[in-house]
Ligand binder design. Structure first.
Ligand code: ATP
Ligand code: MG
Length: 316
């Protein structure tokens, strides 16, 4: 069942096309990932879905309702975790949940019960009575997710849920999101972390400059665009063309960034490596599994603009 459908969806900010006519469908129970670098339009897309920003053109339906006609009814069925934490720092962890429950008209006893369950689920029970100011960044993020779930929404929208967190906190949040998905919740997640997109996303759209560059399941996208392996070759720029000439039939594409060529190997990386070794042009090389960053690199000629050494060992 389709729960969100965008047709030629547009958003202009004073004439600037932040979302430039895109189409996508989100199905119930899936984790739909929107991957893209800064300024791609990710927040703008989700803010239109949760009826915070009016659309400028096209059509957008959420749970069968048109966002321009029934925004109130849509909002009650969505949970939102915004890009910036907007918790009330002076209230306690539990009070943050209870105040939010009040906005949705949930009675006090039901809110207490729900808050207790959510604090337990997110490992925050022992922090319930502390002021939010005193808890860690990862805990604040978990609390913001818990808050988004207080009214038992049908869809949870997460705008960059782990940006700025350390890898351990990030992985803990991934665990929680996986559990929520197992319970049948539909997740819509924006991220510029390629590992997050491939770990959590069932279906992805890759966005850049307000457009969708590619869409599909993470592994299928990688297979289709770049194949299984990438060979990274260090070479002096003057010799790249000679090397590429000898490899012509063995690669499905390449990108050059400084002294590095990323070779997207079509099928047989061993044959490519043999040629690289015998070419005499190459100083060093390494073979590694391909990833979504390679897909982005191939599609745009540039990286996602992040030096993600921790997650990928891969700096552009
Ligand atoms: N209120 C606004 N007024 C004018 N331009 C805006 C506004 N909000 C966003 N933009 C522009 O629209 C484009 C898309 O912005 P958006 O915040 O949706 O991108 P994003 O993919 O979420 O980026 P990030 O990864 O930095 O969060 C950017 O070029 C941004 O500068
Ligand atoms: Mg954003």
């Amino acid at each position: 069942m389709i729960v969100v459908e965008a047709q030629s969806l547009q958003k202009n900010y004073n004439g600037f096309p932040a979302v430039a006519g895109i189409d996508f469908k989100i199905h119930r129970g899936e984790c739909f990932g929107i991957l893209g670098p800064n300024g791609a339009g990710k927040t703008t897309v989700v803010a239109m879905i949760y009826c915070f920003l009016p659309i400028s053109g096209g059509k957008l339906t959420v749970l069968g309702k048109d966002v321009t006609l029934e925004p109130r009814s849509i909002k009650t069925k969505l949970g939102v975790v915004p890009q910036e934490n907007n918790l009330d720092l002076e209230l306690t962890v539990r009070e943050n949940l209870l105040v939010y429950a009040g906005y949705y008209g949930i009675c006090r006893s039901e809110a207490q019960k729900r808050a207790k369950e959510l604090l337990h689920f997110f490992g925050l029970s022992t922090k319930a009575d502390q002021e939010v100011e005193q808890i860690s960044g990862g805990m604040k993020r978990r609390l913001t997710i818990a808050r988004g779930l207080i009214h038992t929404p049908e869809i949870l929208i997460l705008d960059e849920p782990t940006t700025g967190l350390d890898p351990q906190s990030r992985r803990l949040i991934w665990e929680h999101l996986r559990k929520l998905k197992k319970r049948g919740l539909t997740l819509i997640l924006t991220t510029h972390y390629l590992e997050e997109a491939s770990q959590l996303g069932d279906e992805l759209i890759i966005m850049d400059k307000g457009k969708i560059l590619e869409e599909g399941k993470p592994l299928e996208l990688i297979k289709k665009q770049v194949g299984a392996k990438v060979v990274e070759v260090e070479i002096s720029p003057g010799q790249s063309h000679a090397l590429l000439g000898t490899l012509e039939n063995l690669i499905s594409g390449y990108q050059i960034a400084g002294n590095t060529i990323y070779l997207f190997v079509a099928e047989d990386e061993n044959a490519a490596v043999e040629l690289i070794n015998s070419s005499g042009y190459v100083q060093t090389y390494r073979v590694r599994p391909s990833n979504l960053e390679d897909v982005f690199l191939k599609l745009t000629g540039r990286g996602l603009d992040y030096a993600e050494t921790e997650e990928t060992g891969f700096i552009l």
